[in-house]
Design a protein around this ligand. Structure first.
Ligand SMILES: C[S@@+](CC[C@H](N)C(=O)[O-])C[C@H]1O[C@@H](n2cnc3c(N)ncnc32)[C@H](O)[C@@H]1O
Length: 291
């Protein structure tokens, strides 16, 4: 049993068995699959959620979810704060490599914005894909986040070895043939692993508030994965319009698996690969401000 201290003095506890039963039940009942989530982060997120909403155990959380479905999105948000991974959703990265990058292969330069980059894993995944495609040297990657602490960690790119196994599995799901390339990307040490300097060289990290500041443009590709989950419909639309204006014609927007878009999203973006959450800018829209 592990005790978790959250935002308040109250402590919550649950066993691994309880956690597994909870994850299985949430997946079966609501189709939200946290089975593969890093257990430590999941525990931390659940601990935070339970202290914030005053739950003493996971049964109470489950009962509330059954009683009032509307709380679920709020709870998912709480679980996902800052959560990120290398090659999160490996099939989406395969789609980026196979369906998006070929469009830009002949272009002289490429600009990619990672909005809400957290501790950097997403932008380093992109750097790996670009390197594999021999497109790294012509690409500028701008990685932004609201959290200064996350940005410090992103720039350092030193990750605890406890994350290694999960990241390695993601990487090999993305590219099963690439095991031999791993030493080009990661340096393993006793307690942690780091990202090689070769991958860092085209990346600029900036503190930037997606909601209040001008977007970073003009871009060819924008990643904004698992950030809008924290926003209400109005805020989502505001940010989506910013992405539309920041993208060049034919530019791509890549969002997260749990991001639910407002109705008007489809007037601005068309799906390229809906299951990988990859969309293309519709350039013919006249009055974006009216949407
Ligand atoms: C769950 S993480 C997503 C990380 C990464 N994109 C991924 O999918 O793996 C969400 C990130 O969004 C950032 N964020 C939340 N609101 C933001 C805002 N208004 N402007 C910029 N970043 C924001 C948080 O600081 C956090 O690092």
């Amino acid at each position: 049993m592990m005790l978790i201290s959250g935002d308040t003095d109250r402590q919550v506890d649950f066993t691994d068995e309880e956690l597994n039963a909870f994850v299985t039940a949430v997946n079966a009942r609501f189709g939200l699959d946290f089975t593969d989530y890093e257990r430590k982060s999941l525990r931390r997120g659940l601990g935070r959620l339970m202290t914030r909403y005053g739950f003493g155990n996971l049964m109470e959380v489950w009962a509330k979810m059954l009683q009032d479905r509307s709380v679920i999105i709020k709870y998912v948000d709480e679980l996902m704060v800052n959560l990120t991974e290398l090659f999160r959703n490996p099939d989406a990265w395969q789609a980026v490599r196979n369906e998006v990058l070929p469009v830009f292969e002949k272009k002289e330069s490429l600009k990619i914005w990672h909005a809400g980059c957290s501790t950097g894993e997403e932008v380093y995944s992109m750097a790996i894909v670009l390197r594999q495609k021999n497109m790294q040297d012509k690409t500028s990657l701008i990685a932004t986040d609201l959290s200064s602490q996350a940005l410090v960690e992103a720039k350092e790119a030193v990750y605890n070895n406890m994350l290694w196994e999960r990241y390695r599995i993601n990487f090999l799901k993305y590219d099963p043939m690439a095991a031999v390339q791993m030493p080009n990307f990661f340096v393993r040490e006793e307690k942690h692993f780091t990202i090689t300097d070769a991958l860092k060289k085209r990346i600029t990290f900036l503190r930037h508030n997606l909601v209040h500041e001008e977007p970073i443009g003009p871009c060819d590709i924008i990643f904004c994965r698992n950030v809008m989950i924290y926003f209400d419909e109005n805020l989502k639309m505001k940010v989506i319009k910013k992405f539309h204006s920041a993208l060049r014609d034919g530019g791509y927007l890549i969002i997260g698996y749990y991001d639910i878009t407002p109705e008007a999203f489809k007037l601005l973006f068309e799906p390229v690969n809906a299951s990988a959450r990859i969309y293309r800018k519709i350039s013919t829209v006249r009055r974006v401000s009216d949407l």
